[in-house]
Design a protein around this ligand. Structure first.
Ligand SMILES: *Cc1c(COP(=O)(O)O)cnc(C)c1O
Length: 398
């Protein structure tokens, strides 16, 4: 089928729950993507920070193919070898104690919220239920996670929302001090807010939040669904800060493109979940775990995180130099290969023109261009992307 045919069927039969772009990708390899009409794109969206090894990495394809021939699904009634091995690997890499597996970021955060509530009920009091999150955060699309998300646009129309959530401005320690009290069960933060505009937490902030949590018997939850698995140039973004969480969530890049989410917790906190407290039919199935194991082995041992750190600095420097040319650029920011360019104008036009030239980027918060290429991206591909971006930005200037 060509693009027009795919769009026609999609428009007739798919719910309009997302604003779709008129592009139908059919094949990918590394940082390249091809649509149904044979057009080629340099992909700096990566399925929204999912394809960290690029499209269809051979190690992930092999692992999925091999596992699919052995066992695809069997249920968490039983022990699953790749799941046990994946838990071991994530625990060793994260400094936390135990893992739970699910299928998405929202489910990982939902599990984190449930664990934090259960922990507070067992270890403290039934009134200790409040979860503090940041404005501009993004934690997912289930009812509890849109409520945790500090952006009213995701909540509107879905009321009544679950109770017990409170919001504070990000990176504002005074506001956090006002918000956290004896009734706070947890604080949930992204070390770098992704969907909210690529906002990087300061070390001072995370250190202060950790202290407030400690003083008030509250847990610190990091949502590393977007920042985790090497995206920021460390395995986990929090490792840049050295401020350890009690609970940490992962998804997006974890499966090398295959859907899987994880919620990790310290041994002490994990004890709050007893048999029967939480589960998922598909969570941690053999196929997803085999894909994740292969992706992690490649990311950890293959020099991928080091590349993300080095090329991330290179790209951020180049973006800064580029930004100087345009008075409509307000700020360049980010960590590793999670980069944002905040504009004084709407970013949608630039995104569309880049796509017409064969470069995929996206825009968050209306005016922040976001760059999330594969972590394996080369300097040459970054040069090519920025050259295309410059052409587009020049045309806006004129
Ligand atoms: C994408 C994202 C989520 C939601 O993940 P889904 O897999 O879409 O449910 C949660 N938190 C953060 C920080 C994200 O970037």
């Amino acid at each position: 089928m060509n693009t027009k045919e795919i769009l026609e069927i999609g428009d007739q039969y798919l719910m309009r729950n997302v604003g779709r772009i008129a592009l139908a990708p059919v094949r990918g390899e590394g940082a390249l993507l091809w649509d149904a009409d044979g057009n080629e794109y340099l992909d700096f969206v990566s399925g929204i920070a999912v394809n960290s090894l690029g499209h269809c990495h051979p190690a992930v394809v092999d692992a999925i193919t091999r596992q699919a021939k052995e066992l695809i699904h069997c249920s968490n009634l039983y022990y699953i070898e790749p799941q046990a091995l994946l838990a071991k690997m994530l625990v060793e890499q994260s400094g936390l104690g135990k893992a739970f597996f699910c299928n998405s970021g929202a489910e990982a955060n939902e599990a984190a919220i449930k664990l934090a509530r259960k922990h507070a009920k067992l270890k403290h009091s039934p009134e200790k239920v409040e979860i503090v999150t940041a404005w501009q955060s993004f934690h997912g699309r289930t009812l509890a996670t849109i409520t945790a998300t500090g952006q009213t646009k995701y909540q509107k129309g879905f009321e009544p929302l679950p109770g017990g959530f409170k919001y504070v401005p990000f990176n504002d320690l005074d506001a956090m001090e006002q918000a956290v009290s004896a009734t706070t069960c947890a604080v949930m933060l992204e070390p770098v807010q992704g969907e909210g505009g690529v906002n990087v937490a300061s070390r001072y902030y995370l250190e202060g939040v950790k202290m407030l949590c400690w003083e008030n018997g509250a847990l610190l939850i990091y949502d590393e669904v977007q920042t985790g698995i090497g995206r920021t140039g460390r395995f986990l973004a929090y490792q840049h800060y050295g401020v350890e969480p009690d609970i940490l969530t992962l998804a997006k890049a974890l499966g090398g493109g295959f859907p899987i989410g994880a919620m990790l917790a310290t041994n002490k906190v994990a004890e709050a979940f007893q048999p029967g407290d939480h589960a998922s039919t598909f969570g941690g199935n053999p196929l997803a775990c085999a894909a994740a194991l292969a992706a992690l082995e490649e990311i950890i041992a293959g020099g991928v995180i080091e590349n993300a750190a080095a090329v991330g600095v290179y790209m951020q420097d180049k973006l800064r130099k580029l930004a100087e040319k345009y008075d409509y650029v307000k700020e360049v920011r980010g960590l590793g290969l999670l980069l944002g360019v905040e504009l004084a104008i709407d970013g949608g036009g630039i995104v569309n023109r880049c796509r017409e030239k064969g470069l995929l980027i996206n825009c968050v918060n209306g005016n922040v261009l976001r760059f999330i290429p594969p972590l394996t991206i080369s300097r040459q591909d970054v040069d090519r992307a920025l050259w295309l971006l410059e052409e587009v930005m020049d045309s806006i200037k004129e």
